[in-house]
Design a binder for this molecule. Structure first.
Ligand code: 13P
Ligand code: SF4
Length: 398
């Protein structure tokens, strides 16, 4: 491990070109083994139906809200990452949990399900660029440097669900909690309380969710936040900055939500009469500050569903979900907030051919793309996930 004076750790590789390379230890893209059905096969829907019917109660299919329509159609339950984590934990009878989402979600499902259950991710290239922005050796090095600066013992880690199992285990080892966009406010309140007077929170890996929750939801000063850059010695911070900060935000972001802009909010207000802007808390703080409503994907859906007919919305979250909302609520006027943002490319790796391949393989008695977290990592990650599920007043409905 390097110390305060050591050279900064080299940047980890960005997402491997999807479908190439192999790095099972990270969220990066990996090769998909086996023969996939052709996307042009007109029988894919029927094949998925038949495979699912053949598996019956043995399989449970979870679908994150950002999945494609063709995949969502086969989900037994849809939800945000909080809801899906709870759903996975509540299905002890399903032999197989097929997770249509991304790698960190499938890892969490494996941690929360029983030993004899198997979690399958239909395409191993469905990673998350945000989760990749915090590697375990970088986080451990950060912690050592916080210790050298004399602040680690007063710091409680709060880790967003969008992180590898290794980072979740780090959080469990250091008495912290996991959070999702549904419960970040409750989790942060708990952690600040636990850290006590003069204590700190290390929030990782999404700086925007951390900043937005602290400043917008809790109404606390932005000046209390500093950003830890894992590519710079001592995170790019002075010992004084560290000592004065309450929120140490990891320098990570979502490559989809980070692109919604202030200009897009202004354009929506200019072009759509009476529009309400609703965005996900992974968006940048200046965008969130201008929005009318901010919330997790579940909250965005609930808010739009409950609005009177004729309400106009500009929605800042992943495009698959926004398109589905527009189709589901034709009595509302629903626009995508930003013309320069597109689908989450890794979420979109899960398509019908991959789902058919995963399900048909299970029917043939072959488990493909099983996601297994080792026992040691799983034990500590589970402690941090259990802490999240036990948060005071936890509703998951923020
Ligand atoms: P939620 O599902 O918690 O709203 O998170 C959004 C997201 O980016 C998932 O990858
Ligand atoms: Fe990761 Fe953002 Fe895609 Fe979610 S939407 S999986 S945070 S890159």
């Amino acid at each position: 491990m390097t110390t305060t004076t050591g050279a900064p750790r080299p940047a980890p590789l960005p997402l491997l070109v999807l479908g190439q390379g192999r790095d099972l230890a990270s969220e990066r893209g990996v090769e998909c083994p086996g023969d996939l059905p052709a996307p042009s096969d007109p029988g894919l829907v029927e094949r998925a139906r038949a495979a699912k019917a053949a598996l019956g109660e043995r399989v449970f299919v979870l679908g994150h809200h950002y999945q494609r329509d063709e995949v969502i159609e086969f989900a037994d339950v849809t939800g945000d990452s909080f809801k899906l984590a709870k759903e996975a934990a509540a299905r002890p009878d399903a032999e197989y949990v097929v997770f249509c989402g991304v790698h960190f979600m499938a890892e969490s499902a494996d941690i929360l399900t029983a030993e004899e259950q198997t979690v399958v991710l239909p395409d191993l290239a469905a990673g998350c660029s945000m989760a990749d922005m915090a590697a375990i050796d970088q986080v451990q090095e950060c912690w050592e440097q916080l210790a050298e600066a004399g602040v680690a013992e007063r710091t409680v880690p709060v880790t967003y669900m969008n992180s590898s199992a290794a980072i979740k285990a780090f959080t469990g080892r250091h008495g912290g909690t996991i959070c999702t966009s549904s419960n970040a406010r409750t989790a942060l309140t708990w952690a600040l309380d636990r850290a006590g007077d003069g204590g700190k929170v290390l929030f990782l890996p999404d700086q925007h969710l951390g900043r937005n929750t602290y400043a917008r939801d809790l109404g606390r000063p932005l000046e209390d936040c500093v950003v830890w850059d894992p590519h710079r010695p001592m995170g790019g911070l002075t010992p004084e900055q560290l000592r004065d900060a309450t929120m140490i935000l990891w320098r990570g972001h979502c490559s989809v939500h980070g692109r919604f802009s202030v200009e897009a909010v202004e354009a929506a207000r200019r072009d759509i009469p009476g529009v309400k802007v609703i965005v996900h808390p992974e968006c940048r703080h200046e965008v969130v500050a201008l929005a009318d409503e901010v919330g997790s994907t579940e909250r965005i859906i609930r808010t739009i569903a409950a609005a009177p007919a004729g309400t106009a919305w500009a929605v800042g979250t992943e495009l698959n979900l926004v398109r589905r909302l527009a189709a589901q609520f034709p009595e509302q006027r629903i626009a995508f907030l930003e013309k320069n943002v597109c689908y989450c490319s890794t979420m979109n790796r899960i398509d019908l051919p991959h789902l058919v391949w995963a399900l048909e393989s299970l029917v043939e008695g072959r488990v493909v793309n099983a996601i297994r977290v080792d026992d040691e990592t799983s034990r500590y990650a589970r402690a941090a996930l259990d802490q999240m599920l036990a948060l005071p007043g936890e509703t998951g409905k923020d």
